[in-house]
Ligand binder design. Structure first.
Ligand SMILES: [Zn+2]
Ligand SMILES: [Zn+2]
Length: 212
């Protein structure tokens, strides 16, 4: 489903996260998260060419499809430096794959991300490090289109990421929410559930006011 110009939402069914196919400058196609391994056929329905996979964080419901998707399209895998080791090693505890009753096959992260990096330098997708749900969680910010891919940091139903899993930290999550509240955001595309299609900045402020 086309959710904004050049952005396709592959809705998260069951245990799968939402995935987003983003057409970027220079014809580079970026997939934000891959869902679980069970999500692969749905990804293949929507994706014909792929250059880059970005994981918003290490959890299995966002990374379980990495291996299949990477092999199918020959895409590079990118994740924040603090979650990348768990993705590369398939750490059952930090990725929560054990909690899902699955084994995550480790997939090497090709490019390790830091706060304020731009994906591949040219795509216009900026990395915003937002720890709290996991230590290396990120949002991706398209400044031009005022779109924020919020991963499991913030949802459209007023909810925020849980902080009771390994690496979770409520104070860090609050700081991350304050950080994204400073961005000029119109559309918010979360890792689960509905999207916020307008007034994103006001929405983030409302959520902060309600919990902070
Ligand atoms: Zn999730
Ligand atoms: Zn998560």
């Amino acid at each position: 489903m086309q959710i904004a110009e050049g952005i396709t939402l592959i809705e998260g069914v069951g245990a799968n996260s939402n995935c987003y196919l983003v057409e970027c400058a220079g014809g580079i196609n970026v997939l934000v998260d891959t869902g679980t391994a069970d999500n692969f056929l749905r990804i293949k329905e929507h994706v014909k060419k792929l250059d880059v996979i970005v994981n918003t964080h290490c959890h299995y419901d966002h990374t379980g499809g990495n291996l299949l998707v990477k092999n199918e399209f020959g895409a590079k895998l990118l994740a924040h430096e603090e979650d990348a080791p768990y993705i590369s090693s398939g750490d059952g505890e930090h990725t929560c794959s054990s909690m899902f009753g699955k084994v995550l096959t480790g997939v090497k992260v090709d490019i390790v991300l830091k706060d304020r990096d731009v994906i591949l330098g040219t795509t216009g997708l900026e990395v915003v490090h937002t720890p709290g749900h996991t230590v290396g969680g990120i949002c991706l910010y398209d400044r031009k289109r005022k779109i924020l891919f919020s991963g499991d940091t913030l949802f459209a139903n007023g909810g925020v990421g849980r902080t009771d899993l390994p690496g979770g930290d409520y104070e860090a999550l609050l700081a991350s929410l304050r950080k994204i509240s400073l961005l000029d955001v119109d559309v918010i595309l979360p890792g689960h559930g509905e999207c916020v299609l307008s007034g994103g900045s006001e929405y983030i402020q409302d959520v902060l006011n309600s919990i902070g």
